[in-house]
Structure formats: structure tokens, C-alpha cells
Ligand binder design. Sequence first.
Ligand code: PLP
Length: 274
Amino acid sequence: MAKRGADIALTIAGSDSGGGAGLQADLRAFGHVGVYGMSVVTAITAQNTSAVIEIFPAPAKQVRSQLSAVLSDMEPAATKTGMLATAEIVKEVAFQAKARRLGRLVVDPVLGSTSGQALAEEGLERELVTELLPLAELITPNTREAARLTGVEISNTEDAREAALALTEMSARAVCVTGGHLPGDPVDILFDGRNFYELTGRRLGGAGIRFHGTGCFFSAAITAYLARGMDLRGSVEAGKRLVEAAIAKAIAPGSGMPVPWLKAASDETEDQTA
Ligand code: PLP
């Protein structure tokens, strides 16, 4: 019998060999919120801070096996999905969500990378919309993903509101369209099915600087707060604060894009004792 752990969360996502995005970013975000993380790998990507070089989606059977291994032992209070790579994998995840084994569900409908590489096979969107989005407490598309899913062109916050509404009309229950890819200060639009909320942030790092892994980190942080029992709006607001703090302290581990980063607790202790 699986045990439900209040501070246990699961990510179902791709591996980024460069460590910046994907499940590596998710587990970092979980840890910062004090939540234990499990990870079911959907794809191996060969990538670094500049580019995604190659993608190897996992066979659906491998994903099923990982899910059954972790879910027979542990019961996540919340789960997030990131890169799901294939329509078959979407079906595996939807199966577990329908059986209510994933806890509170956040779906980050990852379709492509900031650097322009496709991270989902053709046709996956259809499966996402019909099978998985209706089961999620929240979905967190960026403006490009929201545009692809709805056909609404997004160049400002009004368009983002229209796309969020369209997504709920299609199947989602609540939507947070992240505004990081639009020019100017980033404004995220949260629509909980009834009300719109604008979450305004400050553009950090200057115009034109693109960070790698921000979307993954944000949706994972929200998931971790949900796992801790916070309500939806509070979790989104806290997730935004955490990702902004990590962008403010971003590091450049390679020659490409910088990565959101927060100091380890041990460094904080050293700072205090110095
Ligand atoms: N690699 C994986 C495995 C991802 O899940 C994602 C985004 O979700 C990316 C790369 C791309 O990250 P970014 O668009 O922040 O560069």
C-alpha cells in the first residue's frame, strides 16, 4: 500500500544532460520548497546550455514501468508533467491521473525549447488536450505553447487572456500563461476558470537575455507548494517569487544561456558565519 507523503512530489519529464531544464530543474525547485522529489523519465535529451542536440524518447513501456514502481511505493501529494515527448506517453500519464494516483496535477504542456527545438512529436497536442488537460488542476503554457494549442496569436497580455480563456473552453480547468517570452516586464496571466489575475514581475538580466529552464523551474515550484497544501493562487504566486529569486541569482555554467539558480543551504550558512 502506497503511503501518501504530504511533502512528496513527482515529476514526469525529460532529462536535460546539461542540467539546466527538465527533471533536473524540477528536482532543484522541489528541494528549495522542502519537498522530496521522484522523477519518471520520459526522454533523454543530449543538450547543453546552447542547444538541444538530440532527443531519445523513452518507449511508453519504460514510462509505465517507472510509474508503477514509484506509485506502488509512494503516493505523491502533487505531480507535474513536463516534456512528454510522445502521444503514447501522454496516454500512460493520463491513465494514472484518471486512477487518481498522481495527487494534485500540474501540466506544463512542453512542445519546444526556448532555443527553437521541437520537444514533442507531431500529434501530441491532440492527446494532451483530450486526455490530460482536463485532469490537471493547473496548466502552465508559455505564450508560444498557448498560441500553438489555441491558434490565438499572442503579442500582449490581452491576447494571453484570450488564449487562457480558450484553453479552459477546450478542456483545462485553470491556466497560467507565462509572459517571459513577451517583450517588457514579464506578466503572467492566471485564469482559475472564474477570475483573471495578473502576476507582474520585473525583467531581470536585461532585454534579450534568455534563461534556460525557467518554465520547468516555475511549474515545479508551483507543484511543490501544492504538495505542501497551499491553494492554487497562493502556489502560483509563491512559485513566481521563487523563480524570480532564482533568475536574480542565475549562473552561467556554460557558454550558452544562463540558468536560474539558488544558493545551497550550506553556502547560506557559510555567508552567515563569514
Ligand atoms: N529540455 C527539457 C527536457 C525540457 O523539459 C525543456 C523545457 O521544458 C527544455 C529542454 C527547454 O527549456 P528552455 O525552453 O527553458 O530552454
